[in-house]
Design a protein around this ligand. Structure first.
Ligand code: AHR
Length: 499
């Protein structure tokens, strides 16, 4: 029996709700079709936003949404997306399929979406092909409450009051699609652009914190980038982003989302676990240049990236989502929870119909993916306190180079004293008996949910409920805590009420 130690009395910091954040880009069918269908659509909508999708995302407690990209952000000119729709400029989305972008979803529509979702706003600005003035005016347009050219323009376009903008990204992947810059060059650009990302106090909301400025951080293990940016611009950045995708094989041949063997299962999970090493190493560099630990780590792109579904537009990055994705999500979220003292936000890529999406749509049909269910099962961690926990593990796998721990966990306690434990079982064959040992505390009741199935299992438009969470009852409350048996290939959530 593996021991699972939990100490509800030792708190390790708040799990910021934004760790459960998402990302929406003008890419494929994420915005158009996935989120926004327009007011005249036959698909039930409110001000153009799909009602079914909005409802599902609210249920999952989506806390923050990043927009408009991604690579798209550095070719997006926000003024093209405001004012009467019939006069909005059409452009080519050069990064993603070369399709025509008609700009019918712009700043007002994004803010409307966030309003319907009740989530925080994360807008990513354009450094690569935009100007300082353009970026500065966008922030003025969104947040200034007094009399000014941009505030007046916003009012003329139908929104008198400013919006709440919590996070602002200054460029995206500036080492690549955002301008192919060196870290030193970007750091200087960041200093210049960020200076004009002004904070405009709002007399109606005097306690509103100033907008958090996020600097473009590294790609995977590019420590040279982190060093260069932190050295020159660390003092002015509230956050530094990190992008790391789980790609089973190579960028040229990433692998299928649904057709994979046992070895590829463990390879994929092994690659996912690299996240922990990246977090530790980048944080060590950040700490060196920022002794006060003011700059937070923002993992604003993560998730699986496979070959696109056969027969779909290669530029649209549409992929299916199996139990393997559920494990990838569960593992990453457990890792992020454990680092909540330095990770302020994370945004899985992407929300609907792109990469590791929580929702897939086809016309008026919608399915919730296994990844959705994991986010829904983990939602009690949002804004709860991480508590000390440790689980005994063993190495499992089929190849020496791709061995992984069999179990990963994290635990939190909320303001009502309810402990949430989330545990992932990475084995495709073995269930494990666990002895939960709770220090200096006794358990009153347990409510548990499990997501488990065969590793390839996924939801389709014809069979949308193949993978769905069910109540878990295979546990026993003991004098020491709670014992349970976690099935193979599963994500388990325990809600534990203490005496
Ligand atoms: O999420 C897809 C793309 O991946 C984003 O646009 C870019 O930032 C990253 O390379």
């Amino acid at each position: 029996m593996a021991k699972f130690y939990v100490n509800p009395n030792i708190k390790r910091g708040k799990i910021n709700k934004e760790i459960y954040g998402h990302f929406s880009e003008h890419l494929g069918r994420c915005i158009y079709e996935g989120l926004y269908v327009g007011e005249d659509s036959n698909i039930p909508n409110t001000n153009g936003m799909r009602n079914d999708v909005v409802e599902a995302l609210k249920e999952m407690k989506l806390p923050v949404l990043r927009w408009p990209g991604g690579c798209f952000a550095d070719e997006y000119h926000w003024k093209d997306g405001i004012g009467p729709k019939e006069t909005r400029k059409k452009m080519i989305n050069t990064h993603w399929g070369g399709v025509v972008e008609d700009n019918s979803f712009g700043t007002h529509e994004f803010m409307e979406l966030c309003d319907q979702l009740g989530c925080e706003v994360y807008v990513n600005g354009n450094v690569g092909s935009g100007t300082v003035q353009e970026m500065s005016e966008w922030v003025e347009y969104m947040t200034f409450s007094g009399v000014s050219p941009m505030a007046d323009l916003r009012a003329k376009n139908g929104h008198e009051k400013p919006w709440k903008l919590k996070y602002f990204g200054v460029g995206n992947e500036s080492w690549g699609c955002g301008g192919n810059m060196t870290p030193e060059h970007y750091a200087n650009e960041f200093r210049r652009y960020a200076t004009f990302v002004r904070h405009y106090p709002n007399p109606d909301e005097p306690d509103l914190p100033r907008v958090q400025k996020i600097a473009c951080g590294p790609n995977v293990g590019d420590y040279h980038w982190t060093e260069g940016v932190m050295k020159t611009a660390g003092w002015i950045a509230d956050g530094l982003s990190l992008h790391y995708y789980t790609v089973p094989f190579t960028w040229e041949k990433k692998g299928s989302s649904t057709d994979f063997d046992d070895k590829t299962w463990y390879l994929t999970l092994k690659k996912t676990l690299l996240m922990e090493e990246l977090i530790n190493n980048h944080l060590a560099i950040m700490d060196h240049y920022d002794r006060s630990r003011k700059t937070k780590l923002i993992i604003d792109e993560w998730g699986t990236w496979y070959d696109v579904e056969p027969g779909t537009n290669p530029g649209f990055l549409y992929q299916q989502n199996t139990m393997r994705d559920a494990l990838v999500a569960g593992i990453n979220l457990n890792i992020f929870n454990k680092h909540c003292n330095r990770i302020e936000m994370a945004n899985i890529a992407q929300l609907v119909n792109v990469l590791q999406a929580v929702i897939l749509t086809e016309g008026e049909k919608m399915v919730l993916t296994p990844t959705y269910h994991v986010f829904n099962m983990y939602k009690n961690h949002q804004d709860a306190q991480l508590i000390e926990s440790y689980i005994e593990t063993e190495k499992i796998g089929l190849e020496d180079k791709n061995m992984v721990p069999n179990l990963l966990e994290s635990c939190s306690i909320n303001e009502n004293g309810v402990v949430t434990a989330t545990i992932t079982n990475l084995s495709i064959t073995d269930a494990y008996d666990i002895e939960g040992v709770f220090t200096d505390s006794s358990i009153k009741s347990v409510k548990a949910t499990i997501l488990t199935n065969e590793m390839h299992a996924h939801n389709t438009f014809d069979a949308p409920e193949t993978v769905k969470p069910v109540e878990f009852t295979d546990y026993k409350i003991t004098d020491k805590g709670v014992n349970f048996k976690i099935p193979a290939c599963s994500v388990l959530e325990l809600e534990i009420e203490m005496n």
